[in-house]
Design a protein around this ligand. Structure first.
Ligand code: GCB
Length: 652
């Protein structure tokens, strides 16, 4: 991290890129079709079996991957993408812990199996939590971690003989341990007067249901055997010239040429370059602005990359187009700057969560959520508490919704979860996450964790190392983690660029007493700021609310209480945002599923929308507030007009 003359955290970016990605092999570009690339989605019905055997290992003992699943026993139809938990009528499957098996046949175009100049890749968007993959019974990949993609080059397998289809088997285990992210523990209940023999439960320290399965698209895609493996773009602005720094990694050939071309939204070429790294200059550049901050938010250029490479079989070409937003991000002692202008985060925390499909990706839900965000006047969200689907990030780029991109480091509260094994895995997860999301202009900050026990002794070294590594991976963005520890005891916050604090005054403390919120919240902000002189985001606050419950004067769980609590927070936020508070993110956008407990009436009800995305009273309150904030903080008065959605309360 560099601090400039005025204490500004400066974007350095470009030339350092690539230095930090030490452990990962290869890139993870989103699979896009192009003149040289095809894709074939394998979404739909897969065969499925949960291994209910005592040790959960029957599938391995009997090698279920060797033959079609139907030959080794009964199987169910299972939709992909979807969590497996809620689609059935079997309660045992809902709470199943252990290995489940997915399988499907894929029919391959003839060219893919016959043209040895074609590389065929199997890509799994997300398999929660540990996955092993076989193609035609041959082991091709293993991956730990439920929220990031992984791939296997299966060309050799599918091109080894006359073949028109291949059988893909994926075994997935949702068991969490103190060293996984998120962590969890298996608790064996050995009192045989209370529990059957071998009885165990999975315990977690996070507040959402541990949905599992193939949560995102599984697909096959092709490239030539010499191909564009990775592209890294960082941007800067010099007066009104946009600077686009690029770095391209090629695999499969050492003799190649690269041509890059930047096109504006009209398709006009605005800059050209050659070679594996360089800088494109865009005079009078259209900057990427957040939603409601500018007349034309979310301007995206297209970076067209063309590879011409020499291979044993002759010359081949590969084409890949990457959307690029030109913008800068910087942090001062009291401000968060986008394109040099103060940015105030007014938005939400979300979850990937819905009826029936659980954490399964769903386009209608995604589009509905973005329509709701825009209706609300929200300009930001945090990917609480894990990286979301790539398609979500793409929509953020397109709509100008600013993202705090959070890792699955949630529930790090046990001493064991601070071990070297855990740290090593966390470092790798940050590598995978930065590798996947580094080119999204909407991503303005990385969050390495949520509410860890950051007061424990090993937390200092852990977060120092983790944050330093993330900064080495990406020097162009600030890094944070979200704390709920006491400001005097927190050992991780010295290393963050922005302090993100969660608090639930008059909910988990002094419940029912909204009159104490203002004092407690003001004390919270002042204590943190006096200690660190860093900008602060209120990264969570909220109240559990059952839609349709009304009580006036307000009582807990009623819609009136949620509104009242929010209003008390807003009084203090309005004072402190004039000083150093740079954002407020409500907990939560929508109600979501959790483990069963006496405090969770079918899930967490702190949503301002229900799980079915209907507004509670608080949604209207926030809408009024967010549009007012947008009015105050926009850069250009004419800016917001064209972005008004429906009957927005925005006034000129
Ligand atoms: C928090 C957690 C979030 C919970 C929320 C709550 O502090 O970060 O995951 O769901 O509180 O509602 O208790």
């Amino acid at each position: 991290m560099l601090r400039g003359l005025a204490g500004t955290w400066v974007v350095v970016g470009a030339l350092l890129w690539g230095c930090g990605l030490a452990l990962l092999q290869g890139g993870m570009l989103y699979p896009r079709e192009s003149r040289s690339r095809e894709r074939k989605e394998l979404d739909g019905l897969w065969r499925f079996r949960a291994d209910f055997s005592q040790n959960r290992r029957r599938g391995f003992e009997q090698q279920w991957y060797r033959t079609p699943l139907r030959e080794s026993g009964p199987s169910l139809d299972m939709p992909v993408p979807s969590s497996f938990n809620d689609v059935g009528q079997d309660g045992r499957l809902r709470s199943f812990v252990g290995w489940v098996w997915y399988e499907r046949e894929a029919t391959l175009p003839q060219r893919w199996t016959e043209d040895l100049g074609t590389r065929v890749v199997l890509r799994i968007g997300s398999a929660h939590y540990y996955a092993i993959v076989w193609v035609n019974g041959v082991h091709v990949a293993e991956h730990e971690g439920g929220h990031l993609p992984f791939e296997a080059d299966i060309s050799r397998l599918v091109q080894s003989g006359p073949l028109s289809s291949c059988r893909i088997t994926i075994a997935i285990n949702n068991t969490l341990s103190p060293n996984t992210l998120p962590p969890g523990t298996i608790l064996y209940k050995t009192d045989t007067s209370k529990y059957p023999k071998g009885y165990f439960v999975q315990n977690t320290n996070f507040d959402f249901f541990n949905y599992a399965g193939l949560h995102r698209t599984v697909l096959l895609y092709t490239t030539p055997t010499a191909y564009i493996d990775d592209i890294t773009v960082t941007t800067d602005v010099d007066q009104d010239t946009g600077l686009v720094n690029y770095q391209i990694v090629v695999q499969g050939s050492e003799h190649f040429q690269l041509e890059v071309c930047l096109l504006d939204e009209e398709g006009t070429v605005v800059a050209k370059g050659t070679g594996g790294r360089g800088q494109l200059q865009v005079p009078s550049a259209h900057l990427w602005w957040p939603y409601l901050m500018h007349e034309y938010p979310a301007y995206l250029y297209s970076l067209e990359v063309k590879l011409t490479a020499q291979t044993a079989a002759g010359f081949v070409s590969d084409f890949y187009t990457l959307p690029v937003g030109i913008r800068t991000v910087a942090v001062t002692q009291s401000q968060f700057l986008i394109n040099g202008k103060p940015f105030y985060f007014h938005g939400v925390n979300k979850h990937e969560d819905a009826d029936i499909r659980g954490k399964g990706f769903d386009w209608p839900l995604l589009v509905k959520d973005f329509n709701l965000l825009r209706w609300l006047g929200a300009n930001a969200f945090r990917t609480s508490h894990y990286p979301y689907a790539e398609e979500v990030m793409q929509l953020c780029d397109r709509y100008g919704i600013v993202v705090i991109d959070e890792s699955p480091g949630v529930g790090i509260v046990l001493a064991q979860s601070y071990s070297n094994v855990s740290l090593q895995h966390h470092l790798e997860v940050m590598e995978e996450m930065v590798r996947r999301d580094k080119n999204h202009p909407s991503v303005v900050m990385w969050s390495v964790a949520n509410e860890p026990a950051s007061f424990l002794k090993p937390a200092g070294y852990y977060f120092k190392t983790l944050i330093a590594h993330t900064k080495a991976l990406d020097p162009s963005r600030p890094v944070t983690f979200v704390t709920n520890s006491n400001y005097e005891a927190d050992l991780g916050v010295p290393y963050v660029d922005v302090i993100c604090v969660n608090s639930y005054y008059s909910w988990y403390h002094d419940y029912g007493h909204m009159e104490v919120i203002q004092l407690q919240l003001a004390t919270q902000f002042e204590s943190w700021y006096k200690t660190y002189q860093k900008p602060i985001i209120q990264s969570e606050y909220g109240a559990e609310t059952i839609t349709g419950f009304h009580e006036d004067p307000p009582l807990m769980f009623s819609e009136e209480y949620q509104k009242g609590l929010l209003e008390q927070y807003h009084v203090v936020l309005d004072q402190k945002r004039k000083e150093y508070v740079v954002g407020e993110l409500i907990w939560n956008f929508a109600d979501f599923m959790t483990d069963q407990s006496p405090q969770r009436p079918i899930g967490n009800r702190k949503g301002i929308f229900t799980r079915q995305r209907q507004p509670k009273s608080a949604a209207f309150l926030l809408r009024e507030r967010y549009w007012k904030l947008a009015n105050e903080t926009k850069c250009h008065r004419s800016a917001v007009k064209s972005q008004c959605v429906g009957n927005s309360p925005f006034t000129f």
